[in-house]
Write a protein that binds this ligand. Structure first.
Ligand SMILES: Cc1cc2nc3c(=O)[nH]c(=O)nc-3n(C[C@H](O)[C@H](O)[C@H](O)COP(=O)(O)O)c2cc1C
Length: 186
């Protein structure tokens, strides 16, 4: 698949079916991230892939209301990092920026492999740290939920969220400038 095709195809689907998450699959996803650019090649991203049913259940208990669809995920990766792992230039700490680039490459790789990789921020970071025994000085940047786009009728529907279905709504230049003076949705 061409990069441009993966860019067009990737969506944050919520209606998920199970996939088998092998070591090789995880290695391919992590490799796509490792090849991403980062400040001085610091590669500040770290991933904790959770696929054992016991820890997956603990991870699912960290999710905020509205993210119940993620219970069908076959694997959840915690993206973790800390500012000491990357450049700090002036007042800009690059670890979050660079981790985002790494995750961006990973989710495009997943798309190429026919896998949904849905990033979420709706979780309780303290509970995630406890679930994966992550020391307190680390930052849980995001979680990535992995699965396969449901083909059959599913109890969770992507149809009720038209913004999640193609064609995707993309801001115009005017809208980008108007947003400068507006508060963003949280
Ligand atoms: C940092 C971040 C946080 C997100 N948090 C959530 C979330 O908590 N729950 C959810 O269902 N989707 C979440 N999303 C997915 C976005 O809603 C989605 O990417 C956006 O609506 C654009 O749709 P698309 O990914 O299908 O292009 C998040 C995405 C990002 C990048």
């Amino acid at each position: 698949m061409k990069v441009s095709a993966a860019i067009e195809k990737r969506r944050s689907f919520r209606a998920l079916e199970k996939i088998e998450v092998t070591d090789d699959l995880i290695k391919e996803l992590v490799n796509a991230s490792s090849l991403a650019p980062s400040c001085f090649n610091n590669q500040p991203w770290r991933y904790v892939f959770v696929r054992s049913p016991k820890i997956l259940d603990r991870m699912k208990a960290t999710l905020k209301k509205g993210n119940e669809w993620a219970y069908n995920g076959s694997c959840i990766a915690a993206v973790v990092s800390k500012k000491e792992l990357d450049c700090i230039i002036g007042s800009t700490e690059y670890y979050l920026f660079d981790s985002g680039i790494g995750v961006g490459q990973m989710i495009l790789k997943a798309t190429e492999m026919g896998i949904v990789a849905h990033i979420i921020a709706g979780f309780d970071p303290r509970k995630v740290k406890k679930a994966i025994s992550l020391p307190d000085d680390w930052n849980v940047v995001a979680l990535i939920i992995f699965g396969k786009k449901a083909k059959k009728k599913h109890e969770i529907s992507d149809e009720d969220r038209p913004e999640r279905l193609a064609p995707k709504y993309v801001f115009s230049i005017d809208e980008y400038s108007k947003k400068l003076n507006k508060k963003v949705k949280h």
